[in-house]
Design a protein around this ligand. Sequence first.
Ligand SMILES: *Cc1c(COP(=O)(O)O)cnc(C)c1O
Length: 228
Amino acid sequence: MSQSERESLEQRLAQIRQTLPSTVRLIAVTKQVSVELIRLAYALGLRDFAESRIQEAAAKQAELSDWTDVNWHLIGHLQTNKASKALERFQWIHSLDSLKLAQRLNQLAAPQQQKPQLCLQVKLRPDPDKFGWTAAELLAALPDLEQCQALNIVGLMTIPPNGLPPAETAAIFEQTRALAQQIQQQSSLTISELSMGMSGDYPLAIQSGATMIRLGRVLFGNRSSLSL
Ligand SMILES: *Cc1c(COP(=O)(O)O)cnc(C)c1O
């Protein structure tokens, strides 16, 4: 960890915290981030960390096994055959993106176990690069999701397509919030969490009622360019 990496994390985190409502949980996205820098984030008070891949998460969790008071969040696509690993390793899974996966997790999650909190990943604009339910698919699947009684489905997660004008991104966040309300009206699910907002758009997400923002680059710098 260079001196400048250390200083920029401290400064950026201080700046973000100044504008962050107390109701919004700040999740540090640590994919491609060194364990040393992650430890600094912890020392600065962060307790929520997110990874996209189980394998990368497992390696870091092994190195950080002295931590007992953090939440690990899975934010990348989860293959059904890795569902049991995800149940063991994460307190939150934001990427519940199919009925097949929900049913598999439900089979594996015994009612008495510690179970992750789950967000349904929704995709409100066509985007071939991303997983997620359309609104129509999700509303149609509600009766089946209600049957998954071992699951703690508590929120919606969304990732707007890259490069949209801010007004369009804001519209997607507003529609995600409206969809959460609609699900509550039409089912027995309680959808109180909205996981939306990344480095490029988190102020808009907060305006639209995000309860969790997932920040990588704005905290840790641009990893892909650093690793070139
Ligand atoms: C990488 C990633 C983030 C963080 O993105 P930044 O632009 O670096 O803040 C957030 N959410 C998901 C699902 C991601 O894959």
